[in-house]
Write a protein that binds this ligand. Structure first.
Ligand SMILES: *Cc1c(COP(=O)(O)O)cnc(C)c1O
Length: 451
């Protein structure tokens, strides 16, 4: 290598990558400078360009972001943030051999489901539990295992589509189950279910209306009543809870969301819910219910295809263990911690950050503190809002929507991108999910330096 400055790069990225980068940088230069490199390129420029290129190519596409959208469980930003205990446990599972499918007592083969079944049944009151890749997979597996080539009765008011193309009718088709729709969009009665039950019926199903709410002239059949109807016909009741909380959120001053234990107590034979929604853990689909049904679900070949990795299982187990200290959850579980932050705390944070943001943005922008409304997100409690505090940015001079969009672009281009939302000609930066104050200050500091 001719260039002295290149050696540290070779030490870091390896000779092969460096040689390729030099070749590419020189080729690029030749292309842009016209005939056969008419303009010479200096050694320092080559080294700098090579360093840039290598650095860029070594940087993962998946990056840290700062979520100031006000949506705590933001699907596009990765949903739940995991408890520190889960991060540590996942790291352990990645770094060392572990008893994933090994019975330490007997020295024989174990089942990976056993890692979480005990704590899951304890927390939900169910007889048995199994886990898969996400709740969509849980619903697919349950239907394939219990209703293959048979009928499942669902209310028309519950044929939901969840963001990212999860639709109950499509999942039914994929599981080779026949959907029997009953009732109407706004009203479904016990007799509608009764009439639909026949020799081909495999189960009744209730789907939690996650991301919408129908109000007005409405009627649906409560879970307990639906369970009674199902059991009278010797059929299981399957409940897809979606977010499904393990605790009563109203005890934390939050709107009430369906609790898994209540569904089991109410007579559901199988309940499915997500690991990375209100539960606050990794992406996973949790299936709890009657032992005999869970055994059938576990034996289905799809279970093997949809199973969890050791990394996820470790994170999930550690998250579930947090629930054994329920009075600590608002501290240990980031999802609950963020949802329960007080307006006073957020206002104090806003007051601390306001001058720094104003300074970073420079002239032409007006930074204010405003009362806004956060959301839970991921289809949980869609119409409920949680009072929050935001820094809002508006143009101090002439108003132009384009300038605000450009400002949003600038924030997304920062070393750690900051994501807000534009509303009422302001850029709204909801502070509910901002815990790492230094990271925010550092990244907006880069904006000031660039200006
Ligand atoms: C979110 C949700 C799903 C999908 O769960 P994932 O974990 O995202 O796969 C399915 N059903 C309901 C009712 C939901 O709310």
């Amino acid at each position: 290598m001719r260039y002295a400055g290149i050696h540290p790069l070779a030490d870091r990225f390896g000779r092969v990558a460096v040689v390729e980068a030099i070749r590419n940088v020189l080729a690029e230069h030749r292309k842009t400078s016209g005939a056969a490199g008419a303009v010479a390129i200096g050694e320092n420029d080559v080294v700098a360009a090579v360093a840039d290129r290598l650095q860029g190519r070594a940087t993962p596409t998946l990056r840290r972001m700062i979520n100031l959208t006000g949506t705590v469980l933001h699907t596009n930003l990765g949903r739940a943030l995991l408890p520190e205990a889960a991060v540590a446990h996942a790291t352990l599972a990645m770094r060392h051999p572990c008893n994933l499918e090994y019975d330490v007592e007997t020295g024989g083969r174990g089942d990976r489901d056993n890692l979480v079944e005990g704590v899951l049944t304890e927390l939900t009151g169910a007889e048995a539990a199994t886990v898969v890749n996400n709740n969509a997979a849980a619903v697919l597996l349950v239907l394939a295992a219990l209703a293959w080539e048979r009928e499942v009765v669902v209310s028309r008011g519950e044929l939901v589509e969840i963001g990212g193309s999860f639709r109950i009718p499509d999942v039914m088709r994929s599981a080779n189950a026949r959907l029997v729709e009953v009732g109407t969009t706004n009203r479904t009665h016990p007799a509608d279910y009764e009439r639909a039950i026949g020799p081909a019926t495999a189960a009744l199903m209730k789907v939690h209306a996650s991301n919408y709410q129908i109000t007005g002239f409405v009627a649906d059949v409560a879970e307990t009543e639906l369970a009674t109807i199902a059991h009278r016909h010797d059929l299981p009741l399957i409940v897809d809870l979606g977010a499904g909380s393990l605790i009563d959120l109203s005890a934390h001053g939050l709107p009430k969301e369906a609790i898994v234990r209540d569904a089991i107590t109410g007579g559901a034979d199988i309940v499915t819910f997500s690991g990375d929604k209100l539960l606050g853990g990794p992406q996973a689909g949790l299936i709890v219910g009657r032992r005999e049904l869970i055994d059938r679900i576990r034996r289905h070949p799809l279970k093997r295809a949809l199973r969890l990795s050791k990394i996820t299982l470790a994170a999930l187990e550690a998250t579930l263990l947090c629930y054994r200290s329920p009075d600590q959850l608002a501290r240990t579980l980031p999802t609950l911690r963020l949802l329960t932050r007080s307006v006073e705390e957020l206002r104090a944070l806003a007051q601390r950050l306001q001058p720094a943001l104003a300074a970073a943005l420079g002239q032409g922008w007006q930074v204010d503190i405003a009362e806004v409304a956060s959301q839970v997100g991921s289809g949980s409690l869609p119409v409920e809002i949680i009072p929050s505090i935001a820094l809002t940015v508006a143009q101090s001079g002439a108003r132009s929507g384009k300038a605000l969009a450009q400002l949003a672009d600038r924030l997304r281009e920062l070393p750690v991108p900051v994501i807000g939302r534009i509303a009422e000609q302001r850029l709204v930066l909801d502070l509910r999910c901002l815990e790492d104050e230094p990271a925010f200050l550092a990244t907006i500091g880069a904006m000031a330096a660039a200006a």
